[in-house]
Design a protein around this ligand. Structure first.
Ligand code: MGD
Ligand code: MGD
Ligand code: MO
Length: 812
């Protein structure tokens, strides 16, 4: 038995290069239950991160009572993340929404489905038939629904209403992953495989706290590090985390300077001749310009911009340049930071010029964050066109029009799809009049929250919120729809390395809550969307039928699902797309043949200028004659849009802890997870704390030009001049009489990457002041991971008997 709060990663199962990762099966069951007490085990996968850990849901008396990892699965080989071990308890929470709510006289009151849907449909018809039509509809969805639900929503938006104003919270999450993959390779889709961990000789971790955010992937890396021939480890993060402490080399760069670092590293690699000339010549475009640009970034300049020793820039380049099988992971420290897409593309460049792609151990993970974000992108629920199609390619539009049997003109394709930040802008300005929010909590997760609250409160904006709980966002809605969730509905989703899993319904949802698919289908029916022959536009009623419709849409595209079926996904391991006649068992790695989907007929985008975001025209793109080669993009470093000044002298960055998921609607309702990190804290370097007279546990005020929050100080290993706030803490569980502002996004800035349009959650300027003495009581911050204390005497975070889980190497 292991207390997986005290030890989130559990026992090691070391293994060597090229060996198979050993099985270790993790199980957690409610209270004193044993495996014999479980009525049924129902196949599923994790829903609290993008790793795609396969697990079975334990059911007893019609309730979920626990989970157990699936030993047969290629992704986790039985292991389960702490959030997944304990987080399912939120399904059983007594405060689940069980009936629809509508706003009456300023208050939300319970009603029936007919009334709630009737209001949405009446408002929709009024708007659609009036002047401005589709332009009034905005949809803001998620990276946490199922593939079948996104595809259905995408068809409703694109072929039913014809609105381009649809996006996911994936804009906040993995828009940069998609943008960087498109920009370099021509289309979305992760080149690497999780099995690359088994083969690599070096791992580079770029702005990714993998130990806390993809714990099972980290377990795999740690098991390699403890076995024979361990891979070298490089970590780039302004904080001290479990990853940077394990690393052979840690570059604690100033947040917002990734681009300068990467330019400097590429310069060193090129100048030392650590690149593969033959690969560069045959398979890439843009090497000469890349050389010219990075030439301006000698180690001393990089050291100055990033505030790290020049010798460490050289050492990092040596580590990267000396590796034969390099694995890179990139996540929010890049995606939500300054020059997000440009910097992420430099990691692709590094792999391309070294020929480190498409073979075992040489992998790139432009990571996802949310469990089903890949599907939001593939199916077009983020506004992109389904099947990774190019909005600017008339032939792609014609294909969709044929598939859906609608006029091509109905499908919005006259401009790029509207990104989430712009949808909220339109709502602010009043042109978007109906905003339908599903499975996301923007009142806590978007930047500059006082503005977001103002937008959502506007009386003229009709807000629909579809959720499990009365969230901070739902409180502001006109109609609240109670949704079923994971474990209560069936569907599929795809993880970071393209592994598709089936998640089956295990139990009934509470009260009148309905699956999101059924809600969208009900809306389509009531709106009476038709195709050209007068038949219903949406022709499916079950998840499996929706999946089959999606398969047709994916046919022949990079994300080809045509070889998959629900039956094939049952029983064994998840399967990686593309899975089709040519690859009946799925595809472990993309680009093994070094042919990239950059051909103008195939590519998902004609590209953008990575500095400004300006879109290239089709002819400009064709003139480059990519012919299946990948693009090496060269970009100069530019400072962040907000840098410290006298009034706001420190840099703020934000992120996560291992125990909480986002705005905590689930993990805040699981006792073991909640008590491990019950309230907000702020991480400070001891030197800054000393200068400001702040001790561990003192109450601190953090103010930016947009707002102010209060948090208890945790003196940690973060770099001097930088403070870190977890963004998990909204106000749903605060005493209504004392809602002291504590959400990190009160402070963050409305600014985004020009290419991916992902908001810059990782750089803002703030002032930090001491407000009150903490009386020697430590901050409510975990002692594990990034918030590990730099001072002695803070008691360790433990879960105790209630958190004891089973972990068995080799199986059951
Ligand atoms: N426990 C837990 N796991 C999760 C989630 C969760 O909420 N909780 N959410 C899931 C989702 S949706 C996502 S997107 C992922 C996110 O996973 P991560 O990206 O790993 O998480 P973050 O904490 O947002 O940021 C990662 C690191 O970036 C560093 N950083 C900040 N600014 C910079 C910078 O300018 N440059 C560099 N190089 N680094 C910087 C931070 O110090 C932080 O340690 O996690 C997924 N997994
Ligand atoms: N400052 C700062 N802000 C950030 C970030 C950061 O690092 N720093 N990270 C950003 C990132 S990467 C992300 S992904 C976002 C996450 O931001 P959000 O998406 O707002 O976070 P969640 O708390 O996951 O919200 C998901 C909502 O969906 C509901 N839900 C769960 N399952 C279902 C379902 O099956 N059906 C329905 N209808 N509802 C469901 C949950 O109850 C919850 O209310 O936050 C972003 N905001
Ligand atoms: Mo995310």
């Amino acid at each position: 038995m292991v207390d997986r709060i005290a030890d989130p990663w559990g026992p090691r199962t070391p293994y060597g290069s090229g060996q198979e990762w050993p099985v270790r099966v993790d199980t957690f069951l409610d209270g004193d239950l044993n495996a014999e007490d479980v009525d049924r085990w129902v196949q599923s996968a994790s829903i609290l991160h993008s790793n795609g850990d396969a697990l079975d849901i334990a059911v007893r008396d019609g309730r979920i009572v626990g989970v157990r990892g699936r030993a047969v699965d290629r992704v986790n080989r039985g292991r389960v993340d702490p959030k997944d071990l304990y987080g399912w308890q939120a399904n059983n929470s007594p405060d689940r929404l069980t009936r629809p709510l509508v706003r009456e006289g300023g208050r939300l009151v319970e009603t029936d489905w007919d009334t709630a849907m009737g209001r949405i449909v009446a408002r929709s018809k009024e708007l659609l038939e009036g002047p401005g039509g589709w332009g009034h509809f905005g949809f803001y969805t998620s990276g946490q629904l199922f593939l079948e639900e996104y595809y259905t929503l995408g068809v409703i938006g694109k072929a039913g209403l014809g609105t381009p104003h649809m996006d996911g919270n994936t804009r906040l999450c993995t828009a940069t992953a998609a943008a960087a993959l498109k920009a370099t390779f021509g289309a979305d889709g992760q080149p690497g495989s999780y099995a690359d961990v088994d083969h690599c000789d070096a791992i580079a971790i770029w702005g990714h706290n993998v130990a806390e955010t993809q714990t099972v992937l980290w377990m795999r890396m740690l098991d390699r590090r403890r076995g024979p021939n361990p891979p070298a480890l490089l970590a780039v993060d302004p904080r001290s985390t479990a990853v940077t402490r394990e690393a052979d080399l840690h570059l604690p760069i100033r947040n917002g300077t990734n681009m300068a670092l990467l330019n400097g590293l590429l310069r060193e690699v090129i100048q030392h001749g650590w690149y593969d000339e033959a690969y560069v010549d045959a398979h890439t475009l843009g090497f000469d310009e890349l050389c010219r640009t990075v030439d301006g970034y000698p180690p001393e300049l990089v050291a100055d911009i990033c505030d790290i020793p020049a010798a460490d820039v050289r050492r990092a380049a040596e580590l990267l340049g000396g590796s034969q099988r390099l694995l890179s992971t990139v996540l929010q420290g890049f995606y939500q930071s300054n020059q997000a897409t440009a910097a992420s593309c430099q990691v692709n460049n590094l792999h391309l010029i070294r020929g480190m792609i498409g073979r075992p151990g040489a992998g790139i993970y432009q990571m996802n964050g949310q469990p089903t974000a890949q599907n939001t992108r593939e199916t077009g629920a983020d506004g992109d066109l389904p099947g990774l199609r190019n909005w600017d390619n008339p032939e792609h539009i014609a294909e969709l029009a044929r598939l859906w049997n609608v006029e091509p003109e109905v499908i919005p394709h006259w401009a790029p799809p509207t990104h989430a930040m712009q949808i909220f802008r339109y709502a602010e300005q009043g042109s978007v009049k109906l905003l339908w929010i599903s499975a996301t909590n923007p009142a806590v997760s978007l930047p500059d929250l006082s503005r977001i609250r103002r937008i959502l409160r506007q009386p003229e904006l009709f807000v629909v919120v579809q959720d499990l709980f009365l969230t901070e966002t739902a409180e502001l809605a006109d109609v609240v729809l109670p949704a079923a969730t994971w474990g209560e509905k069936t569907g599929t989703f795809t993880n970071v390395d393209r592994t598709v899993h089936l998640s089956e319904k295990a139990v009934d949802p509470p009260g009148e809550a309905r699956a999101d698919l059924d809600i969208f289908l009900d809306y389509a029916r009531r709106m009476d969307f038709r195709d050209l022959d007068g038949r219903p536009l949406v022709k499916w009623t079950t998840p499996e039928e929706a999946f089959e419709a999606w398969q047709e849409c994916s046919r022949g595209r990079p994300c080809d699902y045509t070889g998959l079926t629900y039956d094939r996904l049952r029983g064994g391991s998840g399967i990686q797309w593309p899975c089709n006649d040519a690859n009946p068992d799925g595809t472990e790695r993309l680009y093994a043949d070094a042919v990239f989907p950059t051909d103008p007929a195939v590519c998902e985008t004609y590209g953008q200028d990575l500095d400004t975001g300006a879109e290239f025209l089709a002819d400009e793109y064709r003139a480059k004659q990519p012919g299946g080669r990948a693009f090496l993009h060269a970009v100069e470093y530019r400072p962040s849009p907000e840098v410290p000044d006298e009034e706001h002298p420190m840099l703020l960055t934000t992120g996560r802890t291992v125990y909480q998921f986002h705005t905590r609607t689930k993990t805040g309702r699981a006792p073991q997870l909640n008590s491990a990190a019950p309230d907000v804290w702020v991480e400070l370097n001891p030197a800054d704390a000393g200068r400001l007279g702040i001790a561990e546990g003192d109450l601190v005020g953090i103010a930016s030009p947009r707002g102010a929050v209060q948090a208890r100080a945790r003196l940690s290993g973060i770099r001097p001049g930088v403070v870190f706030l977890p963004f998990h803490y909204g106000w749903f569980d605060q005493d209504p009489a004392d809602r002291t502002p504590r959400a990190a996004n009160e402070l963050t800035i409305t600014a985004w990457d020009p290419v991916s349009k992902q908001p810059l959650f990782k750089v803002a300027a703030v002032a930090v002041t001491r407000l009150a003495d903490g009386g020697g009581v430590p901050a409510p911050a975990p002692t594990v991971g990034g918030s590990a204390p730099a001072v002695a005497g803070v008691p360790a975070t433990v879960g105790g008997p209630a958190a004891e889980a089973n972990s068995r190497a080799g199986g059951e």
